[in-house]
Write a protein that binds this ligand. Structure first.
Ligand code: ASP
Ligand code: MG
Length: 480
């Protein structure tokens, strides 16, 4: 992929590699090749990497179990994490001294993990700050391994910990970057690395507070790190390397004819990221849009495939109004209904405050204009707790019969169709409902996303697969 609009020399490319792109020696070998060839085409190449796949989970499990005094799982994590890194080092690093050194560095970080877990066990509590200290270790290991493997191939690389670059607030486990401070310091730290002809290999996922305490940007946050660093450097492109051919029109494990979507607008991809298809951390998009940087999602295991490109929201001239269909499984619909709700302000606010008090997030809401019921989806396992919280909140209304009933359905699935062209295309809703009707799939509730690029339908668990297939056929029909 090249930046050809005005024949600029290709300047700065940020490439982010996900956990599966560095998780085995075969995968990392492909990653090394990709980095090596990008270096020949771009003036500055920046690499951001996730932890090896599975490592962050092991670290987090270790921290959680230690807080309950179950130390056994730390030793299991120790051996799993050590083995994963050492296997790759043995395969990809020929130089014995270099191999020994990287193994030692990883061993040190594993000792840090054990020490932190022991401290957590003594306290009997894993604070968000302690969890960040633990979960940041995976990326701190992966950068060292990747940089050593590159050096071993003769590609000059330098480990950079993003605690040096990304300045955040102290909202541990979901820290928010200070873009201004980050922009300034990132340029300062990386420019000398570029000048020395080395490729910076940067930890994804982590940052630090102004006083140097490690934070993380949330699970899957390495994409966001790449976006933040690209914006700071005013990079030309960000390429997100993963293990599928870009964003697919449906989950290929469930829909055999799913195909890569060549172009998606920022709004469309945001809607997909929220709705179950975990293609890109949703926060990645903002810094990239604001800085006008191109983003591409591509496959480490099929690097010649063009993948998916993100395009500005007003450039959506690609074929087909509907781009993708995705599902959120394992939901229940909760309905609060009663004639006494009509025209009474504040019912919805109180209902959602009650839901929020249980720590549950709501992926879909609908209210009929008669105002006699509010209906929303919650994850199944949260349904009982949410109903009790609602019953407490509306105790008086229930006694007075202003609210007749608060109830949950059986398991349902939310099916969401995404495509910016849908609002401009008349008859789309009709086609969607005919497609479902033809397959005798009953639609329990409907909601249109406020970004106007999605329509969601709630169907029973038993109908979900049939519904998903029928709707995907509709997409294929449009693109023919
Ligand atoms: N390693 C972190 C996680 O598993 C961040 C990432 O992979 O993007 O959540
Ligand atoms: Mg990841």
């Amino acid at each position: 992929m090249t930046k050809t609009q005005n024949n600029d020399p290709k300047n700065t490319l940020v490439m982010k590699f996900g956990g599966t792109s560095v998780g085995t020696s075969e995968a990392m070998e492909k990653t090394l090749k990709i980095i090596d060839s990008a270096k020949n085409e771009w003036k500055n190449v920046v690499v951001v990497t996730s932890a090896l796949s599975g490592v962050t989970n092991w670290l987090l499990k270790g921290a959680a179990k230690s807080s309950q005094g179950e130390m056994q799982s730390i030793y299991q994590a120790d051996s799993e994490i050590r083995q994963a890194h050492e296997k790759i080092a043995d395969k990809l690093i020929c130089d014995q001294i270099r191999r020994k050194q990287v193994k030692q560095e990883i061993s040190h970080l594993i000792s840090d993990f054990i020490n932190l877990c022991q401290a957590i066990a003594v306290l009997g509590e894993a604070t968000p700050r302690a969890i960040d200290a633990v979960s940041s270790l995976g990326e701190r290991m992966s950068v060292r391994l990747l940089a050593a493997a590159l050096e071993d191939k003769g590609v000059a690389a330098q480990v950079v910990e993003s605690t040096q670059l990304i300045v955040t607030d102290n909202c541990f486990q979901n820290a928010h970057p200070d873009f201004k401070a980050t922009g300034k310091i990132t340029k300062q730290v990386l420019q000398p690395v570029f000048n020395s002809g080395k490729i910076p290999i940067i930890t994804g996922f982590i940052g630090s507070t102004p006083d140097g305490i490690v934070t993380t940007l949330g699970r899957g946050g390495s994409d966001y790190s790449a976006g933040i660093i690209a914006a700071a450097l005013q990079a030309d492109e960000v390429w997100i390397w993963t293990d599928v051919d870009g964003v697919m029109s449906a989950d290929p494990r469930r829909v055999p004819h799913a195909q890569t979507i060549p172009e998606l607008t920022y709004k469309e991809v945001a809607e997909l990221a929220y709705f179950g298809a975990k293609v890109l951390h949703p926060k990645t998009i903002r810094p990239i849009v604001e800085a006008g940087i191109n983003l591409r999602i591509c496959n480490t295991f099929n690097p010649d495939h063009p993948g998916t490109r993100l395009i500005p929201d007003n450039h959506n001239n690609s074929k087909g109004a509907i781009k993708a269909v995705t599902t959120i499984e394992g939901q229940k619909l909760i309905t609060v209904e009663g004639r006494g709700m009509l025209g009474v302000p504040g019912v919805a606010a109180r209902a959602f405050a009650a839901v929020a008090s249980t720590g549950t997030s709501v992926p879909l809401i609908t209210q009929a204009s008669s105002e006699q019921s509010i209906c929303f989806a919650v994850p199944m396992e949260a349904a009982d707790g949410v109903i009790s919280a609602l019953e407490d909140t509306f105790e008086n209304e229930i006694i007075k019969r202003d609210i007749d009933r608060i109830w949950a359905t059986d398991e349902v699935v939310i099916i969401t169709m995404v495509g910016a062209g849908m609002i401009r295309t008349p008859g789309i809703a009709g086609r969607i409902f005919s497609a479902l009707g033809n397959k005798k799939v009953n639609v329990i509730a409907i909601a249109q996303g406020s970004s106007e690029v999605s329509i969601s339908m709630v169907v029973s668990q038993a109908d979900a697969n049939e519904g998903l297939m029928a709707l995907h056929e509709l997409i294929l029909g449009e693109h023919q």
